[in-house]
Design a protein around this ligand. Structure first.
Ligand SMILES: [Mn+2]
Length: 233
């Protein structure tokens, strides 16, 4: 079976509960479509768990992109409480952007690791894909963190810049394909913004799966592509 989750944002216990709920096994595949880190308390624990599993396929979110941009400069200067040891680096613009977006728990987690472990985590995030296309039965699923900014059918998915794929605000009214068997699965924008409720939203062959795992009243959602079964923790 093939599963998709997004926007776990450091909620390690919800992640573990979800793996249990879906009965995730070595025969299954899980696509994690971005924003594993920041906000919630245990982002590094989730990454470390994912790294051990060959059948978890990670995609980049805007939070991982912010982290990678900032960490390319600051990773050597994090102390065990997640503080930067060289204050001049606080004026680094990538770091400031990341700081405004809830980096604290990720920095704290990285600060507790030794240099080698930290390098492994950063290297792992560098390998995150920008988008994936998955065929399941007669259906095709395009997986991407946020959507395709300035979408055009003439443009190949590989022609988009990372920022366009991880930051844009995909709206339910937009339709990406005329083919009824092609679906676009995104996270990034909590469905509460559209419906007010923490449940996966299907519209125009778009599947919005960010149900706000780290928000009050939010849920971690997971969709099974084989049969569109939905799971919530
Ligand atoms: Mn996001």
């Amino acid at each position: 079976m093939i599963y998709v989750m997004s926007d776990i944002h450091g909620m390690y216990r919800k992640y573990k509960k979800m793996l249990e709920l879906i009965g995730f096994s070595d025969d299954d595949t899980l696509y994690m479509i971005g924003d594993v880190i920041d906000r919630g308390d245990e982002p590094i624990q989730i990454l470390q768990d994912m790294m051990q599993r060959q059948n978890v396929i990670p995609l980049l979110g805007n939070h991982e992109l912010m982290a990678l941009n900032a960490l390319s400069v600051i990773s050597e200067f994090i102390d065990s409480s997640g503080f930067l040891t060289d204050e001049s680096l606080e004026f680094n613009k990538d770091y400031l952007l990341w700081q405004m977006n809830g980096c604290r728990t990720t920095l704290e987690g990285l600060g507790k690791l030794d240099t080698e472990q930290r390098r492994e985590i950063i290297g792992y995030m560098r390998g995150f894909a920008l988008h994936k296309t998955v065929s399941v039965g007669k259906n095709t699923f395009v997986l991407v963190h946020a959507g395709f900014e300035d979408f055009s059918k003439e443009r190949s998915f590989d022609d988009y810049m990372p920022d366009e794929l991880v930051w844009c605000r995909h709206i339910p009214d937009e339709r990406y394909s005329d083919d009824d068997n092609v679906f676009v699965v995104t996270g990034h924008t909590p469905v509460q913004k559209f419906t007010g409720k923490p449940y996966i939203l299907h519209k125009n062959n778009n599947i919005f799966i960010d149900c706000g795992a780290c928000m009050i009243g939010g849920k971690l959602a997971c969709v099974r592509l084989d049969d569109f079964m939905e799971y919530y923790v």
